[in-house]
Design a protein around this ligand. Structure first.
Ligand code: IFM
Length: 450
């Protein structure tokens, strides 16, 4: 079968997990209801110019009220797993201390609703909505936030750990830390590399320290972390571009994978960071390397880099360049199913995780709801089919991929892009909150049900 042919479900292992992925801030809404506290994303959205369409997450997809219908939709697709995240400020409005029972009760209902529909709950503890009260004390730059995360983790896993048996500590630390504390494009909008690297270290450390807490409260659970990873190519064969590739890969991929797999931070990247390298205390690296049950991989696109001798794009002295003439999504991201094969086989070769879960993969395009109530998203459908074919290829090459979660069940709040980018298998009309399965979603349903 060529990588361009859609596979069939029965070509995957019988016990393969098929899911859809969502996150709290992007879909829940109810931003000020039932005692929920403010998150850094609520604050960020309130700052003029931060979000491209000036929107916020106060209503989003109104999933907080419409969750039964959304879980029905997931069930209708035929998935057997549902990945969601928990809003920390819904549980602990001030980040620690006083518990909001209404928040816990919401996730109780949601998890029970999944189980009633035969959906295996996959919970992410942190998908970027840090309580603003903790940000006021430094956010992830402060080591104290780790203790707060452990308090939150303990509370949530004690409450849900009897029913949720798959836990993801963090989603994409690159985004929450590098985009949030250095690039200034995500909450909390910081612009210091040193802060970002310290935040990253604390996020990774909080992951490692949370694992025993989760294992204690949720016996038999599988625990992992999700990273956004990219296959990287050099713009040319020149020694300078090849060296730039290695430097860029150091911060983009190895910075996270190396310590999680017990190798500590990469020496070459540490040297390039110089004074921006994080403060690491005795025992931290051992904690970060606490064994997990799976590595969560989010794959969207590959990157190409060239040498940047001036360092104007940061101390890795590499700049992103566009590969000419390739297919791109509405975001401008390169479409490369082969990149998924390259990435997964590289992870397997270099790190050999016990299991890999593809916790996100998807695409955004301009969608049109026709008067007949259809969304003919041929390009998203093709993206999905070709990435599933690539996934099959990676499994045949020996990568232990155990599950695939499409991003996303619904169109939703796409962070700094607001509601301008649609990634859903279902179209959301934000005026009526009506959901309509797009052609891609209808195909995923047929694929899963055949
Ligand atoms: O919407 C995001 C998600 O929150 C994290 N991973 C990438 C998605 C698409 O940008």
């Amino acid at each position: 079968m060529s990588a361009n042919t859609a596979p069939t479900r029965n070509q995957f292992p019988a016990d393969f997990r098929w899911g859809v992925s969502t996150s709290s801030f992007q879909i829940e809404g109810a931003g000020r209801e039932d005692g929920k506290g403010e998150s850094i994303w609520d604050r960020f959205c309130s700052e003029p110019g931060r979000i491209r369409d000036g929107s916020n997450g106060l209503v989003a997809c109104d999933h907080y009220h419409r969750w039964p219908q959304d879980l029905d939709l997931a069930k209708q697709l035929g998935v057997n797993a549902y990945r969601f995240s928990i809003a920390w400020p819904r549980i602990l409005p001030q980040g620690r201390g006083v518990v909001n029972e209404a928040g816990l009760a919401f996730y109780d209902r949601l998890v029970d609703g999944m189980l009633e529909r035969g959906l295996d709950p996959w919970a992410t503890l942190y998908h970027w909505d840090l309580p603003q009260a903790l940000q006021a004390q430094g956010g992830w730059i402060s080591r104290d936030t780790i203790a707060a995360f452990l308090e939150y983790t303990d509370l949530v896993t004690r409450r849900l750990g009897d029913r949720v048996k798959h836990w993801i500590t963090h989603n994409e630390p690159w985004c929450s830390c590098i985009m949030g504390y250095w690039e200034g494009v995500h909450a909390p909008g910081g612009t210091s590399l040193a802060d970002a690297m310290q935040a990253c270290h604390h996020v990774l450390l909080s992951h490692g320290q949370a694992i025993p807490v989760i294992r204690k409260n949720s016996p038999g659970a599988q625990v992992g972390i999700t990273l956004s990873l990219h296959p990287i190519a050099a713009a040319s064969d020149s020694a300078a571009d090849q060296a730039a590739l290695k430097r860029h890969d150091g911060l983009r991929n190895r910075w996270f994978l190396d310590p999680l797999f017990g190798r500590g931070y990469p020496e070459d990247t540490l040297a390039l960071l110089g004074a921006a390298a994080p403060q690491v205390l005795a025992g931290d690296l051992d904690a970060i390397a606490t064994p997990t049950d799976f590595l969560g991989v989010n794959y969207y696109f590959p990157e190409m880099v060239a040498d940047d001798p001036t360092g104007s794009h940061g101390p890795m002295r590499a700049k992103l360049v566009d590969r000419p003439g390739v297919e791109r999504t509405g975001f401008g991201w390169e479409v490369s199913p082969q990149g998924l094969v390259d990435l997964l086989t590289r992870i397997q070769r270099d790190y050999a995780p016990a299991a890999v879960q593809l916790t996100e993969n998807g695409s955004t395009f301009e969608d049109v709801l026709t008067p007949e109530g259809r969304v003919h998203d041929a390009r998203r459908l093709s993206y999905l089919q070709r990435h599933l074919a690539a996934l099959k290829q990676a499994i045949e090459a020996g990568v232990p991929v155990k599950g695939y979660f499409a991003w996303s069940l619904l169109d939703n709040f796409e962070w700094a892009e607001g509601y301008l980018r649609r990634f859903g298998l279902a179209y959301v009309d934000y005026t009526t909150q009506q959901r309509t399965l797009k052609d891609s979603g209808l195909w995923y349903g047929r694929f899963l049900n055949e």
